[in-house]
Write a protein that binds this ligand. Structure first.
Ligand code: ADP
Ligand code: MG
Length: 290
C-alpha cells in the first residue's frame, strides 16, 4: 500500500505545477478511485515510446465531450507538436497518456500495450512532464534537482545540472549546490526554474516527454535560450510539445492541429504552411506580428 503522501509526491514529481497545480492535483487525487491499477496490471520498464490513440473519446465528468474519436500515432523518438486554439483539448490529450484520467471510449497504447494494462507507477515512471509552472520546494538547489530521481547519486545530480546548463549559474551562488531556494531562500527567475525542471528530467530520463507550454511564460529571448536545452532533452525521446509560439516548433517532426472537432491537420510544419489551412493562418498571424 502506498502512503497518501508518497502518492502526492509521485504525482508532483511528474506534473509539477506550483500551488494552482497542486490544488488541481488534490482534485485529481480525490477522484483517483476512477483511475486504478487492474489486478493483473503489468510493470513496464524502458518503453520505446510508440504512442497510439485509437478512436479516443473523453469528457470530464458530466460535461460535454472534449475529445470525440481521436486517433493519432507518434513513433518512438519523434517530436510532435500540438497547436490549436485554447480549450481545444491539447492538455487533455497529454493528460490521458499518464492516466490522470481514463478514456471513456477507445484506447491509448504505448508500444502496443494499453496504458490501462500497466501499473500506474511504472507507466508514470516512463513519462516526464515539463510545464509552465515549476514546482519548487523549500530546500537546496541540490535537493530540488535530485527530486527528479529517487536515490540519485551526487554525480548524477551534477551531470543533470550540467546537461541543463545550470552549472555556471550554480557555481556563482554563495553556497553552490547547498544554496537554499524556495520561500525563504533564493528566488529563481523563470528561466532558471525551467532549467531546474529540465535538469530533473535529465535525471529521470524518461522515454516519453511532454512539454506543455513549458516556455510560454518566458520572454522570447529567455525562451530561445531554454529552447536549446529542451531540444537536447527531447533528443532520442518521444516528445509531445504543446506550443504557444510557433517559432519553438520549427524543428518538430510533425505538427498536429487540434480544434474542438479533433485533429484538423497533420503534417510537417512546411507542409501545413503550404496547405494554406488553419495552421497556415496561425503561422501568418504570428509572423506578421514580428
Ligand atoms: P488546451 O490545452 O487545448 O487549451 P484543455 O485540454 O486544457 O485545452 O481543455 C479542453 C476543454 O476541457 C476545455 O473546454 C476546458 O475548459 C476543459 N477542461 C480542461 N481541464 C478540465 C478539468 N480538469 N475539468 C473540467 N473541464 C476541464
Ligand atoms: Mg493547455
Amino acid at each position: 500500500l502506498i502512503k497518501p503522501v508518497d502518492k502526492i509526491s509521485a504525482l508532483l514529481e511528474l506534473y509539477p505545477k506550483g500551488m494552482a497545480g497542486f490544488r488541481r492535483f488534490r482534485e485529481l487525487i480525490d477522484q483517483e478511485p476512477d483511475v486504478q491499477d487492474r489486478p493483473d496490471a503489468i510493470v513496464v520498464d524502458s518503453l520505446d515510446g510508440n504512442i497510439r490513440f485509437d478512436e479516443v473519446s473523453f469528457r470530464y465528468d458530466d460535461q460535454k465531450p472534449v475529445l470525440s474519436r481521436v486517433s493519432l500515432s507518434v513513433r518512438s523518438g519523434q517530436t510532435v507538436a500540438f497547436v490549436g486554439p485554447s480549450g481545444a483539448g491539447k492538455t487533455t490529450i497529454c493528460s490521458l497518456i499518464p492516466r490522470f484520467y481514463d478514456v471513456n471510449e477507445g484506447s491509448i497504447s504505448i508500444d502496443g500495450i494499453d496504458v490501462r494494462d500497466m501499473t500506474m507507477e511504472s507507466l508514470r515512471s516512463q513519462i516526464g512532464i515539463v510545464q509552465q509552472d515549476v514546482f519548487l520546494f523549500t530546500g537546496t538547489i541540490f535537493e530540488n534537482i535530485a527530486y527528479g530521481k529517487l536515490g540519485a547519486s551526487d554525480e548524477e545530480v551534477y551531470e543533470a545540472a550540467r546537461k541543463a546548463h545550470l552549472e555556471e549559474f550554480i557555481a556563482e551562488l554563495p553556497d553552490g549546490y547547498s544554496t537554499e531556494i524556495g520561500e525563504r531562500g533564493l528566488k529563481l527567475s523563470g528561466g532558471q526554474k525551467q532549467r531546474l525542471a529540465i535538469a530533473r528530467m535529465f535525471l529521470k530520463n524518461p522515454p516519453i516527454l511532454i512539454l506543455d507550454e513549458a516556455t510560454s511564460a518566458l520572454d522570447t529571448e529567455t525562451e530561445r535560450i531554454i529552447q536549446q536545452s529542451l531540444a537536447e532533452l527531447s533528443e532520442d525521446r518521444t516528445t509531445l510539445v504543446i506550443a504557444h509560439r510557433l517559432a519553438t516548433i520549427r524543428d518538430a517532426d510533425r505538427v498536429l492541429v487540434v480544434t474542438k472537432d479533433g485533429i484538423a491537420e497533420d503534417g510537417t510544419y512546411d507542409e501545413l504552411v503550404r496547405k494554406g489551412g488553419l495552421f497556415a493562418r496561425l503561422h501568418n498571424i504570428q509572423f506578421q506580428e514580428v
